[in-house]
Design a protein around this ligand. Structure first.
Ligand code: NAD
Ligand code: UFG
Length: 332
């Protein structure tokens, strides 16, 4: 089976490419390198011994997608390409709507014209907004509170419509919880440009001495230690979840799955685990809550376990160890 991976040199895309290549899938990769580096291709080759076809193109431009489909036979698309920073999406909403919606619709429109009706889409737990209870199941109400999240929900709706009006479609919406950690080789990882917004890349920069201390955003939430609770999932488990989804794309329809571990972990618990497994200190201060943050959420991923035969296997210690290994191997 030949799979087109958009956003292929990004954090989750690159890990998924490795899992696909290791299982013998044919892959075609595309990324405009707006948030990743071309050197990721060398790392993929070093890990897998394979150098996949790569296009440096913007998939929000329909002609570019057309070119890829006319030059390759594609059976399925995994669509990762997108802008993902919540804060930036509030400053540049039009850019987020354009890039994310145009790329998702260009991919689905061109794919269908070439007879390809299988798409796996990177959705997010952000589509659940602030849930009334946890754990979150796929049938929880959907609402969003920032332009980034709204792009995810809009694309889900666009893809639901695609199937509603053409039942040849086979679409899988994967709602990721909080991916962290790195490939065991230490060659691939989360390497954002500038000062990180997310917890784990911030922690690794503090551990590396590039940032002075971590700000823990609030310790007065109604959680077990007052800090925010999230469902952190190892990026390799998440990547394997995509392979599981691809292998189960036997029936047309729109199939939605939470990909998480089902376990919530607080900010202070992450700091403790990181310090313990890596033997480094993470200086931190408690600051104000970050606007828009939800106190606590974690997934009920039993549907993915039941229907995809997939379950996250790596624990918080693995996530913290591998996140630091990536920095030690590539940065220090
Ligand atoms: P990432 O930024 O590392 O990867 C996304 C890749 O897409 C980047 O390499 C970027 O250069 C590329 N890209 C963006 N717009 C493009 C375009 N128009 N054409 C071609 N390439 C383009 O992000 P990631 O963490 O790997 O996330 C992958 C997907 O998963 C995104 O859609 C993101 O919204 C979604 N997601 C991520 C998280 C998370 O916490 N990392 C959580 C939920 C959902
Ligand atoms: N946090 C800190 N200090 C920091 C960064 C984060 O205390 O410097 C805390 C946050 O307050 C939160 C937790 O760490 O309690 C996790 O925050 P992240 O920014 O790492 O992740 P979020 O849960 O806010 O959001 C992430 C992505 C979203 C995605 C969501 C669900 O940024 O795009 O996971 O997948 F939608």
């Amino acid at each position: 089976m030949a799979v087109l991976i958009t956003g292929a040199t990004g954090y989750i895309g690159s890990h998924t490419v490795v899992e696909l290549l290791n299982r013998g899938y044919e892959t075609v990769l595309v990324d405009n390198l707006s948030n990743s580096d071309i050197s990721v291709l060398d790392k993929i080759e070093e890990i897998t011994g394979k150098r996949p076809v790569f296009y440096e193109l913007d998939v929000a431009i329909r002609e570019n997608v057309e070119r890829i489909f006319s030059e390759n036979h594609i059976d399925a698309v995994i669509h990762f390409a997108g802008l993902k920073a919540v804060g930036e999406s509030c400053k540049l909403p039009s850019l987020y709507y354009y890039n994310n919606i145009a790329s998702a619709t260009a991919v689905s429109d061109v794919a269908a014209r070439h007879g390809c009706f299988k798409i796996i889409f990177s959705s997010s737990a952000t589509v659940y907004g602030e849930p009334e209870t946890v754990p979150i199941t796929e049938d929880f109400p959907l609402h969003t509170s920032n332009p980034y999240g709204t792009t995810k929900l809009l694309i889900e709706n666009i893809y639901r419509d695609a199937y509603a009006y053409d039942n040849r479609w086979n679409i899988t919406l994967l709602r990721y919880f909080n991916p962290i950690g790195s490939h065991e080789s230490g060659l691939l990882g989360d390497d954002p440009n500038g000062i990180p917004n997310n917890l784990m890349p911030y922690i690794t920069r503090v551990a590396a001495g590039q940032l002075e201390k971590l700000s823990v955003f609030g310790n007065d939430y109604p959680t077990r230690d007052g800090t925010g609770v999230r469902d952190y999932i190892h990026v390799v488990d998440l990547a394997i979840g995509h392979v599981a989804a691809l292998e189960r794309m036997t029936e047309t329809g729109v199939h939605t799955f939470n990909l998480g571990t089902g376990k919530g972990c607080s900010v202070l618990e992450i700091i403790e685990a990181f310090e313990r497994v890596n033997g480094v200190k993470i200086p931190y201060v408690i600051t104000e809550r970050r606007s828009g943050d939800v106190p606590e959420y974690y997934a009920d991923s039993s549907k993915a376990e039941r229907e995809l035969g997939w379950k996250a296997e790596r624990d918080i210690d693995d996530m913290c160890r591998s996140a630091w290994n990536f920095i030690v191997r590539t940065k220090k």
